[in-house]
Design a protein around this ligand. Structure first.
Ligand SMILES: Nc1ncnc2c1ncn2[C@@H]1O[C@H](COP(=O)(O)OP(=O)(O)OP(=O)(O)O)[C@@H](O)[C@H]1O
Ligand SMILES: [Mg+2]
Length: 350
């Protein structure tokens, strides 16, 4: 793996002012993004995936406060940049595909022009050169007859094709970082996987780093180099895909792995992690996961766990990894599902 860091997020804390009080959405998030890698961020709804990535683009709502931390992009702190400086980074050096890509296309503009727009704006190329680049990229993302279709409007394309167009728009300036915030929730998991494959293929050609956000761990199993698991505004476990899928340490990660659909037979009821996420208006002092953790100990109620190192690439924040803690095994139902998943992965690899 290339060890050159493109992004370094350090102890980021973000809160929102609301009528009900302060929502402590991001409570000390740190991670690095390496050149050319794909980092998946997974976690339940409300865990802080979008707020984290929107802060990298500095696209937070006006009631947001960045209370602490820095986001280093090529050595400079994004948190401190002016809006004007951000405008030259956004879309050019760091691009984002939003959660609902269908609404991010302009229905009144031909797609050739839409794809070329940000290149013309940022790189000051001529209209003609812009359209030529747009055509190359539309071919690359697999739009059939792209040359003839440059003048077509979004409604003239299928859902899957529009998805590809949105990716072309994000990639037109060959950004160093591409953030995809669950780009295909509206589409089924198979298409989600195809889109991710496509992004990987293009990544191989332009060496961009990808942050891919999803609820579904299964989707990223074959494509993410590393996985960060978020819970209650923190990263609770991070590791290579191999480490997260074959040697997970945090009970929340066990739950996520156990709740992946196995897509088999009628006996297949989806396992759900019992309980609900923490109240971020008043986050607990201890481990935010303890009310849902069947292995919780006294200390979980008193003190937030530090990161314990499993390997140089693998860390998890759970008191279960403290030397004094009893050794526990993941619940049997989770182990059973996990095994089905691993067998399938092995079968896919042939
Ligand atoms: N503008 C806002 N005002 C108040 N609270 C907010 C705002 N935006 C986000 N939050 C809160 O911040 C927390 C993290 O939200 P975020 O959107 O990052 O979650 P997520 O992990 O992306 O979830 P999902 O999977 O549903 O997209 C949530 O508790 C959410 O309610
Ligand atoms: Mg989100």
């Amino acid at each position: 793996m290339n060890l050159k860091k493109v992004l370094e997020v350090k102890d980021l804390k973000i809160s929102f002012d609301t009528f009900a009080g302060k929502v402590h959405a991001i409570r000390g998030v740190s991670f690095d993004l390496y050149e050319g890698e794909t980092l998946a961020i997974v976690g339940e709804s409300g865990s802080g995936k979008s707020v984290t990535t929107r802060s990298i683009m500095r696209l937070l709502s006006s009631n947001a406060n960045i209370d602490n931390g820095e986001i280093l992009f090529k050595g400079a702190n994004i948190v401190k940049k002016s809006e004007k400086e951000m405008q030259s980074i956004r879309g050019k050096e760091i691009a984002m595909i939003f959660q609902d890509p269908m609404t991010s296309l302009d229905p009144t503009m031909p797609i050739g022009k839409q794809v070329a727009e940000s290149l013309i704006k940022h790189n000051k190329v001529s209209k003609k050169e812009g359209l030529k680049a747009a055509l190359d990229l539309l071919n690359l993302v697999g739009i059939p007859n792209a040359e003839k279709r440059l003048k077509n409007y979004p409604h003239q394309f299928s859902g899957g094709q529009r998805q590809r167009i949105v990716i072309a728009i994000a990639l037109i300036c060959y950004p160093e970082v591409l953030i995809a915030d669950e780009p295909t929730t509206a589409l089924d998991v198979t298409i989600q996987a195809q889109i991710l494959e496509l992004m990987k293929e293009i990544q191989g050609k332009i060496n961009t780093s990808i942050i891919f956000i999803t609820h579904d761990l299964g989707v990223v199993a074959n494509v993410a180099d590393r996985v960060a698991v978020m819970y209650g505004g923190r990263i609770v476990e991070v590791g290579t895909s191999e480490e997260i899928f074959y040697n997970p340490q945090h009970p929340y990660t066990w739950g996520l792995l156990g709740s992946m659909p196995t897509l088999e037979g009628t006996e297949d009821r989806l396992y759900a992690i019992p309980g609900s996420p923490p109240d971020l208006l008043a986050p607990p002092t201890g481990d935010a996961f303890y009310p849902r953790n069947e292995f919780a100990m006294q200390i979980d109620t008193e003190e937030a766990p530090p990161y314990f190192e499993i390997s140089s690439t693998h860390q998890a924040a759970t008191w279960l990894l403290a030397p004094q803690a009893p050794k526990v095994e993941p619940p049997l139902e989770i182990q059973r599902r996990w095994k089905i998943f691993q067998e399938k992965q092995a079968a896919k690899k042939g």
